[in-house]
Design a protein around this ligand. Sequence first.
Ligand code: SAM
Length: 280
Amino acid sequence: MLSYRHSFHAGNHADVLKHTVQSLIIESLKEKEKPFLYLDTHAGAGRYLLNSEQAERTGEHQEGIARVWDCPDLPEAMAPYINVVRQLNTNGNLRYYPGSPLIARELLRPQDSLQLTELHPSDYPLLRTEFSKDDRARVARGDGYQQLKAKLPPVSRRALVLIDPPYEIKTDYQAVVEGIAEGYKRFATGVYALWYPVVLRQQIKRMVHALEETGIRRILQIELAVRPDNSHRGMTASGMIVINPPWKLEVQMAEILPWLHGKLVPEGTGHTALNWIVPE
Ligand code: SAM
């Protein structure tokens, strides 16, 4: 079953949170000269047209990136991410939104590399074309979870692994934990960033519990809710769970989260959370 298309959701509040965290991690990894791998297990199409039929049907970006991309009081640490959005939209109109692979492409250095996997028969060719001239990138059509076995540890022994499934099948909530455990077994020093939606809080509690059970340490949780938990109204919040976060990430998000919440949810509903699921 592959009915999920990210084009309906590109640039929504969940993407803004996810891509903020992604860019902060990349910027921290760049503080050392040594190359690193960016491994994206569920990469999507790479670039999204915000006035496409799909995007216009939901209008989700209007309550996401449209609320922050031209803010004069943007927190400094968000500049690398927002600059990628601005570079795609140089005439001042917000037309395109970069997916996680494009954000990585713009932020990575010549010595770094990208491993991108996408399963969807329509999104994969778009992604491949997007990266056809980038020697640093390998684009594969396949199951992203397999890459956690096949590509880890990386030759460079440094990596950010982004795991961002659609959760259209309930087994994704277990598959992500199993995938992380597999990856971690091979490569315990990597940075793993897992995105999750809050649709039913119980599913997230179970997923977090399963993560605790793996015995993995240094697990930071970052969450932004636009509405209170509710079992009837779709996604109310989203979050990022980061294993081995760069030391600055917690401090950066402590500043960014309240700002983001204020901009994305001017009505003030929902909440933010920043806590260690498992500390050092
Ligand atoms: N990471 C992207 C970004 O931030 O721009 C968005 C990814 S979207 C949430 C999830 C993607 O996973 C979809 O494009 C979907 O087609 C793809 N997908 C679903 N199952 C997959 C699997 N088993 N392996 C790889 N990709 C898969």
